[in-house]
Ligand binder design. Structure first.
Ligand code: TIU
Length: 221
């Protein structure tokens, strides 16, 4: 048992490093590099790149401290049979499954779908391929977390108001204690970023806690 606590809002986040997982959400080229899904939706991907370096530091510290690390990727089978028509028909310039500069948009196995080199998984770090925004929906994430006895999640990644927020809410409903390091997440919309984090920590941590990489890294050192 290694019980620690980190400065956080609305109050200190207490966790045990042995039962805490770092969950790195969708740090894929499709979201943080030009030519992918994020840009196809009409977004400026340079806005989310600020999270890469803090995520790298958080990941490095988590690995050193022996935390369980999990990565997720949003995307679909190449025949798109796991993509609901409602998701397929919405978007901006280029749609899911269409050819883009980084391969077919949001399709598994394509260049754009993979995790960026700065945060690439190492042996022993499961990758959850998810068809939805939430990491629990139609995946084996619950089984993996339960098998490891995980109780708390440090959730990083993109985007704050979409996949990070959905996953935090799914986790909270399942009884996990969730903390989001604010510098390790980003959005294409600064106002959504702020509101998304405010909604997490409001009402006495109704969904979870908001901290930062410096405090969490110090806590697990
Ligand atoms: N569009 C947007 O902000 N996000 C997504 O579609 N997926 C994730 O957040 N990963």
């Amino acid at each position: 048992m290694a019980k620690v606590h980190s400065e956080a809002e609305p109050f200190a986040f207490e966790f045990d490093t042995e039962t805490t997982a770092l969950v790195m959400i969708d740090m894929q080229a499709d979201f943080v590099e030009p030519g992918g899904f994020g840009e196809a939706l009409g977004n400026d991907v340079s806005l989310v790149r600020s999270a890469i370096e803090p995520c790298r530091k958080m990941l490095e510290a988590a690995r050193e401290a022996g935390l369980f690390v999990i990565h997720t990727r949003e995307g679909h089978r190449s025949d798109l049979t796991d993509c609901p028509p409602a998701k397929l028909t919405r978007g901006g310039k280029t749609f899911i499954g269409e050819q883009g500069p980084k391969g077919r948009i949001l399709v598994r196995g394509e260049k754009g779908h993979d995790i960026i080199p700065e945060l690439y998984p190492v042996d022993g770090e499961p990758i959850i391929d998810k068809p939805g925004k939430g990491a629990f929906y139609q995946t084996d994430l619950s089984l993996i977390l339960e098998s490891r006895g995980i109780k708390s999640l440090i959730i990083c990644g993109v985007t704050t108001e979409v996949c990070v927020n959905t996953t935090a809410r799914e986790a909270n409903d399942r009884g996990y204690e969730v903390v989001i390091p604010s510098d390790c997440t980003a959005s294409y919309f600064p106002e959504f970023y702020r509101s998304a984090l405010d909604m997490i920590k409001a009402q006495g941590a109704i969904v979870g806690w908001v901290s930062n990489s410096e405090s969490l890294v110090a806590a697990i050192k």
